[in-house]
Design a binder for this molecule. Structure first.
Ligand code: TNX
Length: 531
């Protein structure tokens, strides 16, 4: 019933938004991502200050405390806002009648009431409130908001292999994505250029594999030069736990990625017996795709992968575990007696199918531990199982194909989701980046379901932005690449069918202020109308 009423309310709201967009913006219920339903009253504001109490019942302490901390910088407080069991102020609680990640917020003379479908729902309501407070200088207009996300999986990826980011940096990244109501951090922990997660069974992985001798300068085009400076870093298991807990407090699940069988040169440097020819290779100092990959023929490789995954599973409670699977050249396998013997023994036709065998075997292992496997769309090439989740990066096609077959899919096509790509056509003032061109507007206008049958749609579990770090060396640059484009991305992830070209610019102007208040760097191009 409640749902039905909300449906009617949404329809009425859509009408009003259409007729009165200026009013909506003027009284500043101007929220990114767009809520499902908003009804702003013509008069009256509830004033929130640093002294306003947050009134909490037992299950809601965590989101309330996060909000109390997050508002410190805005109100210039030395201590977080007060949380208590009774009194007037901002009241938060849960109710099973509200959708799990959704919330309902009422603002009137008695204060603000947020009812979440879960703690996460309250948290998202409070993120909305943060934006309203900043946009209205603390004078929160009376009204009502009801909200819930479109996609269950709202991801942001961070590559910490090509460049390393400290625990403090990763927490900052989590703060930013959480403020945009994202709920997954895909943590790219291993690659050719550095192994970044401590594995107790193989200390060499971080002792040797976390350091490279030097790094390529620029794009490495005439002349190819390196900087001569050793570079490295890794997380201890204790630090990994700290990040996972920090993310969980912000309703973000961390999905670890351990790359296999390609993008593994750092592991090969640490443990040369993982390779086909067992030659000593360096931790890679160049970007791109290396021919040095894990041997898929030797049992010792599988033993290694299983032991690594055992520790990963202990550290990460997420059901999905990412095994990479992308960009694995097969030239070493073609010449390897172990790989060829495995192809024969398993009755496989090709090296491509050998990759399919490795991926399926790892999936079975993860399943036996109660987990599920996710991999880049190359896992489709070797014949994927129906139970694997596919991350579509090479384009839209892989994702559509997999969803049509019934596999779960996360859409993250390069042309729309790679925030390591340039933001403008001219590239002026952007510094050196890997290439590509993904402006704000392109993301914002993306219809995720385009070209898909009705049967495929439910298999699109979500959308993810990717932050590959070949040319992103520090958190300041991550922020510039992320903001404001994450504003467009979260609209796709949370508000898919309720995006509105006529209000997004005004909303983003206020978001720019919000970013400033939080001390985050934001790129100017969208605001300067540079595409
Ligand atoms: C492709 S996306 C890669 C990464 C690079 C990225 C650069 C994917 C699965 N592989 O290894 O960092 O392009 O944009």
């Amino acid at each position: 019933m409640r749902r039905f009423v909300m449906g009617i309310a949404i329809a009425v709201a859509a009408l009003f938004t259409f007729v009165l967009p200026a009013d909506v913006v003027a009284r500043n219920y101007s929220i990114v991502p767009e809520p499902a339903y908003m009804d702003i009253e013509a008069e009256g504001e509830y004033i929130v200050t640093g002294k306003t109490r947050i009134v909490v019942n037992d299950e809601a302490w965590n989101p309330a405390e996060r909000f109390a901390e997050d508002m410190m910088s805005y109100f210039g407080l030395k201590k977080p806002m007060h949380t208590s069991k009774r009194g007037k102020g901002i009241k938060v609680r849960t109710d099973i009648f509200v959708p799990a990640e959704g919330y309902e917020m009422t603002i009137n003379e008695d204060g603000v009431v947020i009812i979440g479908g879960s703690e996460a729902g309250i948290y998202y309501g409070l993120q909305t409130l943060r934006q309203i407070i900043v946009a209205n200088d603390g004078k929160v207009p009376y009204g009502f908001i009801a909200d819930e996300p479109t996609f269950a999986y709202r991801g942001a990826h961070l590559d910490v292999s090509r460049h390393f980011f400290s625990v403090a940096d990763v927490k900052n990244y989590i703060d930013i994505i959480a403020a945009h109501k994202l709920n997954r951090l895909h943590w790219h922990l291993t690659d050719d250029q550095g192994w970044r997660i401590e594995i107790k069974a193989y200390p060499e992985l971080t002792e040797k594999g976390s350091m490279r001798k030097e790094t390529l300068i620029g794009h490495g085009l005439n002349p190819v030069e390196w900087d001569g400076t050793p570079y490295g870093g890794y997380y201890t298991q204790e630090e990994i736990r700290e990040v996972v807990a920090y993310a969980a407090e912000r309703y973000i699940e961390v999905i670890p990625e351990i790359e296999m069988p390609g993008h593994s040169q750092a592991a090969l440097h640490a443990l040369p017996w993982l390779g086909c020819n067992e030659q000593i290779v360096d931790v890679w100092t160049t970007w791109g795709v290396t021919p040095e990959v894990l041997c898929a023929g030797k049992e010792t490789t599988y033993e290694f992968l299983e032991k690594v995954l055992d520790e990963v599973i202990e550290l990460f409670p997420s059901e999905l575990i990412h095994i990479g699977g992308d960009e694995c050249p097969k030239e070493r396998w073609a010449e390897c007696e172990h790989c060829q013997a495995m192809i024969k023994a398993q009755g496989l036709e090709s090296e491509e199918e050998l990759q399919g065998y490795l991926v399926a075997r790892i999936e079975r292992y993860l399943n036996s531990k109660g987990r599920r496997m996710i991999g880049w769309d190359e896992i489709l090439d070797g014949g994927v199982t129906p139970t694997a989740t596919v991350m579509s990066w090479r384009g839209l096609y892989g994702g559509i194909y997999a969803a049509e077959r019934g596999n779960d899919v996360v859409m993250t096509p390069m042309s729309l989701c790679y925030l390591n790509f340039y933001q403008t056509e001219s590239r002026e003032g952007e510094g050196l980046h890997i290439g590509g061109h993904v402006p704000f507007e392109k993301i914002y206008s993306w219809n995720v379901y385009e070209g898909m049958s009705d049967a495929a749609r439910p298999h699109i579990i979500g959308v993810q932005l990717n932050m590959w770090s070949e040319y992103i060396k520090d958190m300041d640059t991550v922020e510039i690449m992320l903001l404001p484009r994450i504003g467009a991305m979260c609209e796709v992830q949370w508000s898919h069918d309720r995006r509105d070209d006529s209000t997004i610019r005004a909303k983003m102007e206020l978001m720019r202020k919000f970013y400033e208040v939080n001390g985050w760097n934001c790129a100017p191009y969208y605001f300067d109308f540079r595409k």
